[in-house]
Design a protein around this ligand. Structure first.
Ligand code: ADQ
Length: 462
């Protein structure tokens, strides 16, 4: 069996300080790394002079991290990753910054990763690179002479060709993807937009069996939707901690129905539009105060980037406006909490909710939607209201799918969910639950690595 090498911006393998893997991706990859005796490489998250890779082995899993100088963090991470690629790939051209220095930092850090990692890769290893921070890494590893099977998975959407071409170095970025043997996207939709670029901009051709050829090089590009650690999450929804949280939530809403939103505080998650949709519901349904209460949990992220400071200020203003206009002495329409919650508490919150509002403007997948489905009581499940622009909508198509830009559609969907009879809620929830349980994160990891393991070793160009 080949070893597995995972490379991503940050490493979330368990350590002595943090012994349980955090999040589905960490769980799936940790299990695979343990089985395959692999290594997970990435940035330590610390700034400082770049020294040697720091290796740590905990509970059978080895991680290797490196510090990055402040300028690299500013240009590569805050800059090119979070101020250029993230907004562009989420269709937000107006928020995208085009700075040569950012691109320089991005290439420098990718080159550094290639330099420090390649001596640790053995010829038989499967190498799996993750996400938009590391697109050129495969090409740089090939420059070091690596002939290994190389895979890349994009966790975020692939943008339409007409948007992507606004990036001055778009061609160079996409060409680098052809150094990999397998490139994975979350949905068939992102895969199709990738095909469109390859055909229009590169004169490539799309063949059978997920094959794509450009010039003399053929790679496999697949749709491979990520899932959650379903088994663990389903179990945690009925744990003592989740049950305590559930009861606490139910007590706090005094017979009303709970609407819940849980997101990283990011403009792609459509939080401002969600608040506006809820506000429209309150304005147009005078009896709303007797019927609902909303909880939005959104821990701040990427606070060193101005657009994140701006979205936070906009949400503070919107929540203040909504509560100012609609609160009663004994009722607050919107509880807005700016911090993360432990997973079992989160599971209890989802289970107490009658409506899960998951309304990103654009999202590669969105695991919150899957967690909400997994946490429901099978006898009395809540209703998922899901943005049609989330990757998850392709699998969770029995949710109430809405256009998150429309406050009226959102208000109507809330009304429809509140009125939905129990039988219909069960009929909609059941197939979604089967999907979340079947296509979980272990399924995803296995599907990707099986495709990767089946490709032939790379032939260097003659
Ligand atoms: P993210 O944009 O970070 O990830 P998402 O899939 O929505 O997004 O959530 C990631 C995790 O964060 C979920 O497990 C969720 O429970 C957790 N989380 C969010 N808010 C939380 C809170 N307040 N407290 C505790 N936990 C919280 C990127 C892409 C997504 C893609 C994932 C995985 O943007 O589209 O689904 O990668 O590929």
């Amino acid at each position: 069996m080949s070893r597995l090498i995972v490379i991503s911006n940050r490493v979330s393998a368990p350590t002595a300080e943090q012994p349980t893997a955090q999040g589905g991706l960490a769980v799936a990859l940790t299990a695979a790394l343990r089985e395959a005796d692999g290594i997970w490489f990435g940035w330590s998250g610390a700034t400082g002079e770049t020294g040697e890779l720091a290796f740590k082995t905990y509970d059978g899993v080895t991680s290797a991290t490196i510090d990055l100088p402040e300028q690299d963090v500013e240009e590569y991470y805050d800059g090119y990753a979070n101020r250029t690629l993230w907004p562009l790939f989420h269709y937000r051209l107006g928020l995208t910054e085009f700075e040569r220095d950012f691109q320089g930092g991005y290439e420098r850090v990718n080159r550094l990763f290639a330099d420090v990692i390649s001596p640790h890769v053995e010829p038989d290893d499967l190498v799996w690179v993750h996400d938009y921070h590391m697109i050129p890494l495969g090409w740089l590893l090939r420059q070091q002479g690596l002939r290994n099977r190389l895979g890349f998975f994009l966790h975020i959407p692939w943008p339409p060709t007409r948007l992507l071409t606004a990036l001055p170095e778009h061609r160079r970025l996409v060409e680098a993807l052809f150094a990999y043997d397998v490139v994975g996207f979350q949905t068939a939709e992102w895969l199709e937009t990738f095909h469109d670029y390859v055909v229009r901009e590169m004169g490539g051709s799309i063949g059978p069996d997920d094959l794509i050829t450009v010039g003399g090089r053929t790679i496999r590009a697949i749709a491979c939707p990520i899932g959650i650690d379903a088994k663990e999450f389903i179990a945690s929804a009925t744990s003592a901690e989740a049950t305590r949280t559930h009861d606490r939530m139910v007590d706090s809403i005094d017979g009303r129905r709970l609407i819940v939103g849980v997101d990283r505080l990011d403009y792609s998650k459509g939080l401002e539009e969600r608040f506006n949709g809820y506000e429209r519901f309150l304005e147009t349904r005078p009896d709303a105060r007797a019927r609902v209460s909303m909880l939005q949990v959104a821990p701040p992220s990427r606070a060193s980037v101005q657009s994140y400071v701006d979205i936070r200020a906009a949400l503070d203003a919107a929540s203040g406006r909504i509560n100012g206009a609609h609160a009663e002495i004994d009722w607050v329409p919107l509880r807005y909490v700016n911090r993360g919650l432990p997973r079992s508490v989160l599971a209890g919150v989802y289970r107490a909710a009658k409506i899960g509002l998951v309304t990103p403007l654009r999202d590669g997948m969105n695991l919150v939607a899957k967690e909400f489905v997994a946490a429901q009581d099978p006898e009395d499940p809540g209703v998922l209201i899901l943005s049609r622009f989330a990757g998850a909508a392709a699998q969770l198509d029995r949710a109430l799918l809405i256009n998150p830009y429309s406050p009226d559609e959102m208000a109507d969907a809330i009304e429809q969910a509140l009125a939905m009879p129990r039988e219909e809620r069960i009929t909609r929830w059941q197939p979604m639950f089967e999907n979340v349980r079947g296509e979980d994160v272990i399924w995803w990891r296995k599907r990707f690595t099986d495709v990767l393991a089946a490709v032939a070793l790379h032939e260097p160009a003659a």
